[in-house]
Design a protein around this ligand. Structure first.
Ligand code: FAD
Ligand code: NAD
Length: 471
């Protein structure tokens, strides 16, 4: 009998398992994914085919782009720049193996047991494991945490094939496609579209919606669209793919825009139109746990309607983000231990790792207008920040929104250098209930790009030092 059985070893599952074991529970983690050599792939989407490999390629492609386009501005001339894509890919693969291997080390160090197989909750206290050789084993569990994650959505107009790939396929092209199509101008479309564009692909992004990044602050949507187009991404909004044909070495595609049907041909097509939760055949129906639109229904503590069955990460409501899943994993382990952990779902940070980076936390201007809350805006451009200029990273801004009456910070939105880290500073201060004045009265190291957050806070009360204030 285990105290805690976790199904899935992604950032939600492995973190839940480690924390549960730290709290003194006998813990087992079940993972079904195995590689070609039969070795278990711990770490889920994030470590194997998500956050980590994409960021490795974003960094490598950025360095290549800088060397190709921008280093000469610094007086550095490179005569024969050459791309070794195989080496770039093996660097990425090595980082992935280092981190996934690290999880088994962490499991050993924290006394988490792990087993390879597909887990299914067959009764309140029993998980059935179907092993790679098809044999089954039933495990007794006092508590069960479902952390089975999500998978890419496939659309009828562009079914996956040799040249029509999901994000996983787009992380391991063998050569740089000359013409690359991307369906979906969401986070994956922008990140992976940027990777291949920097490496030399001619990239067209087809987005069904008329609005670009509608979940972001409107200033960020506007400025980033302009910047990405300038970088060479041909972003077509209001464009719906209607059919595709994978011919030997290319893909023919039809899309409709403003009542016109347009044909394009690409060497490769990435379909990145969102992800769907892995909830099929995870729980016996008679348990009474409800699943809506594929998401396992849970309360704010990730508890299902069966009190000892919990679910965390991409398989439950909320943004499909690694840090959100991990924090839920910690919360659930602590709640099983009868501690009072909780999550502030109003402060989940979002980051898009383009260049410049996009990041935000809290409410954006559209949301504040809709809710009728009166607010101040403090906006500071990186063109007025000394460090940003010194490192040639002066595109973008920090925008801070604060309550007109109380001065409490309601949202911080950054397009520019170190956006994720600046937003993290804002998030910590918001968790502690900071006002814009609190940030204004805090000392920031000089010269840093974080000073733009200081100035945005000052600007929200018309006290900016390095730009003009509203009259
Ligand atoms: P997953 O990571 O999907 O893990 C679930 C695990 O459960 C998998 O290993 C799966 O094999 C296993 N499993 C499923 N069913 C069973 C079963 N029945 N029995 C046993 N095992 C099972 N998020 C960020 O926060 N930052 C990023 O930069 C970022 N970049 C991304 C880039 C890409 C290209 C992609 C695709 C995603 C990215 N994400 C990012 C999202 C992030 O990867 C997910 O939000 C995160 O991995 C979800 O964690 P999870 O543990 O819920 O599920
Ligand atoms: P997404 O939801 O971010 O974007 C999908 C886009 O595709 C949307 O703009 C949508 O309007 C568009 N779309 C949907 N159907 C379409 C169609 N038929 N034709 C054209 N466009 C269509 O999804 P994603 O980019 O696939 O990413 C999936 C999830 O993975 C994200 O929601 C995010 O949570 C996670 N992720 C996070 C990061 C990060 O944190 N940096 C990076 C990558 C992925």
């Amino acid at each position: 009998m285990f105290d805690v059985v976790v199904i899935g070893s992604g950032p939600a599952g492995y973190v839940a398992a480690i924390r549960a074991s730290q709290l003194g529970f006998k813990t087992l983690c079940i993972e079904e994914s195995v590689d070609d050599n039969g070795k278990t792939n711990l770490g889920g989407t994030c470590l194997n085919v998500g956050c980590i490999p994409s960021k490795a390629l974003l960094d490598s492609s950025h360095r290549y782009y800088e060397a190709n386009k921008n280093l000469s501005d610094h007086g550095i001339q490179i005569d024969k720049l050459k791309l070794d894509l195989d080496l770039m890919m093996s660097r990425k693969d090595e980082i992935v193996s280092q981190l996934t291997g690290g999880i088994s080390g962490l499991f050993k160090a924290n006394k988490v047991e792990s087993i390879t197989g597909r887990g299914k909750v067959i009764s309140k206290n029993v998980v059935e494991i179907t092993k790679p050789d098809s044999s089954t084993e039933n495990i007794d569990a006092k508590n069960i945490i479902i952390a089975t994650g999500s998978r890419p959505i496939e659309i009828n107009a562009a079914p996956f094939s040799k040249n029509i790939v999901d994000s996983t396929g787009a992380l391991s092209f063998k050569k740089v496609p000359k013409k690359l199509g991307v369906v979906g101008a969401g986070i994956i479309g922008l990140e992976l579209g940027s990777v291949w564009s920097r490496l030399g692909s001619n990239v067209t992004v087809l987005e069904a919606l008329e609005d670009f990044l509608p979940m972001a602050d409107p200033d960020i949507s506007k400025d980033s669209l302009k910047e990405f187009k300038k970088q060479g991404l041909d972003i077509q909004l209001g464009s719906m793919v209607t059919s595709t044909k994978d011919i030997k070495n290319s893909v023919k595609l039809l899309y409709s825009k403003e009542n016109n049907e347009i044909e394009m041909e690409f060497d490769k097509l990435i379909v990145a139109v969102g992800r769907s939760p892995n909830s099929d055949d995870i729980l016996n129906n008679d348990l009474g746990v409800s699943i809506k639109n594929g998401l396992i229904e849970v309360d704010e503590y990730c508890q299902t309607s069966v009190s000892n069955i919990w679910a965390v990460g991409d398989v439950v409501r909320g943004p499909m983000l690694a840090h959100k899943g991990s924090q839920e994993g910690i919360m659930v382990a602590e709640r099983i231990a009868e501690k009072h952990a909780e999550i502030n779902y109003d402060l989940v940070p979002s980051v898009i790792y383009t260049h410049p980076e996009i990041a935000w936390v809290g409410k954006n201007e559209n949301e504040l207008k809709e809710s009728g809350i009166k607010y101040n805006v403090g906006k500071f451009p990186f063109t007025a920040n000394g460090r940003a200029l010194a490192v040639s990273e002066s595109i973008g801004f920090v925008k801070l929104l604060s309550d007109k009456k109380t001065d409490a910070i309601l949202g911080v939105h950054v397009f520019g250098p170190a956006a994720a880290d600046i937003v993290q500073q804002a998030l910590i201060s918001m968790e502690f209930g900071a006002s814009a004045e609190d940030i204004s009265l805090t000392m920031f190291s000089h010269p840093t790009v974080s000073e733009a957050l200081h100035e945005a806070a000052l600007a929200s009360n018309n006290q900016a030092i390095h730009i003009g204030n509203k009259k």
